[in-house]
Ligand binder design. Structure first.
Ligand SMILES: Cc1ncc(COP(=O)(O)O)c(C=O)c1O
Length: 492
């Protein structure tokens, strides 16, 4: 059910958004059908809307105002780290020298970009405790793919036939997907009642065919794997490698480093932790870091420094897994990450992490009577709360929050590998460090208002949201319309 207009409704036959102002422009160049190999051109009316430039601009500008974003309201979508991204990082990434750079322009004119990327690689290595980084992967999942390729190539070079990757059942869905794409078999490890890796099953699955364990720490349940040193030792004793899904790095920066915990390969979701707005499919960036013994396998070109410290792209990589993206990766996203890291510095990054963890624990404590936490121990940057005692369905409850200017938190059953019935009503809430205490208190009040409303007017919750251009499809539409007519976003 939608109250928003599609661009097709603006169609007026004969209206065009472009005009040719250059009288010498070869009209034939516009005849795209002429460029196509014979038989492959789709001729005839494609049914595209004919719309003027101003109508297009107004349409999409209006639509941009109809979306919920970090710049318009709180966005505690667990696992996604939807934090506010300072605009100065956008400005730095868009400096003309960066924005108009082309990878094939004369090398001497790209020195600044290479030096910046070398600096970013060094900074990521310092933050994570790894030895070498590639900036090429275009997203977290792509970083996983790249990292797993390096693991595969490493074992192939050693002549070891290891085809299994172990993955906890709380992992993000991309973990098994990436492992399967690389050609590994996946074995799932269950989670204990404390939300941690089941050590007994883990040890029983670890064997000579194990290539690695992919671990997210803190996990997608917002919990730190307390036995990480024991886990790392067991993996290495079995001759396997330890992969770190760095999507939750926002909980660790400046406090503890994956490299020091024993991880051999990691990826970082720069678009979560390091200042790039994300959502809507990207672009993102998933730099992949490795310990030195895996560095020869990283994609080429690899940005390195010469003896004088000057950066250059090194294409001479005989052991590389190959290119995973053209040239250097998503340049603008990487530049934002660099600007963010250099602006905050080490102490600033640590402060961001501490605040992210504090904010999550504050929400968890203040909402405990309404939404009891699934796990008693302190959470990290996100908390998992149960909506089991609500008088309405948790999926409806979170949608009503939109009417209060808050994006729904993640219902974990929706996005992860295997969450059993215990998790059906569980909400993963990640407030992030950029929400002030006042904003958190407002969020808590909104959760309480919706819970109170659920007790007296459940229908108001079941049919929410009421203030958005796109509404939920409900069974009894006539009842829905009556709510729409009377609703101003609160119970009337
Ligand atoms: C824990 C975890 N791992 C991996 C990913 C995949 O990252 P991307 O969406 O950039 O591919 C995500 C994304 O939400 C995630 O939360």
């Amino acid at each position: 059910m939608t109250k928003t207009q599609s661009i097709y409704s603006l169609h007026r036959a004969g209206v065009s958004g472009t005009g040719i102002v250059d009288p010498d422009f070869p009209i034939d160049a516009l005849n795209t059908a002429a460029w196509m190999p014979e038989g492959e051109a789709r001729l005839g009316d494609l049914g595209l809307p004919e719309v003027s430039e101003i109508d297009v601009i107004r349409h999409f500008t209006r639509q941009s105002h109809e979306s919920h974003g970090v710049d318009t309201g709180s966005y505690p979508l667990g696992s996604c780290t939807m934090k506010y991204n300072p605009k100065r990082n956008d400005r730095m990434a868009q400096l003309d020298g960066f924005r108009y750079a082309h990878p094939l322009q004369p090398p001497a004119t790209l020195q600044g970009l290479w030096d910046t990327f070398a600096d970013l690689q060094d900074a990521l290595a310092e933050i994570t405790g790894m030895d070498a980084f590639t900036l090429q992967p275009a997203a977290g999942a792509h970083g996983e793919f790249t990292g797993l390729l390096t693991i595969q190539r490493y074992f192939a070079d050693r002549g070891e036939d290891r085809r299994t990757i172990l993955i906890p059942d709380s992992a993000h869905g991309t973990n098994p997907a990436s492992a399967a794409m690389v050609g590994f078999q996946c074995r799932l490890i269950p989670t204990t009642s404390r939300g941690l890796l089941d050590m007994e099953t883990f040890r029983s699955l670890l064997g000579p065919d194990t290539a690695g364990l992919m671990l997210t720490n803190p996990s997608t349940l917002g919990l730190f794997e307390e036995q990480i040193e024991e886990i790392a030792a067991a993996v290495h004793d079995a001759g396997a490698l330890l992969y770190y899904d760095g999507a939750n790095l926002n909980a660790l920066m400046g406090i503890v480093r994956p490299g020091d915990m024993g991880f051999d390969v990691i990826h970082v979701n720069t678009h979560k932790t390091l200042s790039t707005p994300h959502g809507g499919g990207g672009p993102g960036s998933g730099p992949c870091g490795v310990k030195s013994f895996l560095a020869p396998y990283l994609p080429a070109p690899h940005i390195r420094r010469d003896a004088a410290g000057k950066a250059f792209p090194d294409w001479d990589a005989p052991h590389s897994v190959g290119k995973v993206k053209s040239f250097y990766g998503h340049v603008e996203v990487l530049l934002r990450a660099w600007a963010y890291i250099r602006t905050l510095g080490g102490s600033g990054l640590r402060y961001a992490t501490e605040t992210a963890v504090l904010n999550a624990n504050y929400l968890k404590a203040r909402l405990a009577d309404l939404l009891p936490p699934l796990f008693e121990q302190h959470c990290m940057h996100e908390c998992l709360l149960s909506g089991g005692s609500l008088s309405v369905d948790a999926a409806d409850f979170v949608k009503r929050l939109i009417d209060f200017g808050i994006h729904p938190p993640t219902l974990v059953g929706a996005g992860c590998v295997h969450f059993g019935p215990d998790y059906r009503t569980a909400m993963l809430i990640e407030p992030t460090e950029t929400e002030s205490k006042a904003a958190l208190d407002l969020m808590i009040d909104s959760f309480r208002k919706v819970a109170n409303e659920a007790a007296v007017a459940p229908f108001m919750i079941e049919t929410a949201p009421h203030t958005t251009p796109v509404a939920k499809i409900v069974k009894d539409e006539s009842a829905w319309l009556s709510v729409l007519e009377t609703s101003d976003g609160s119970v009337s």
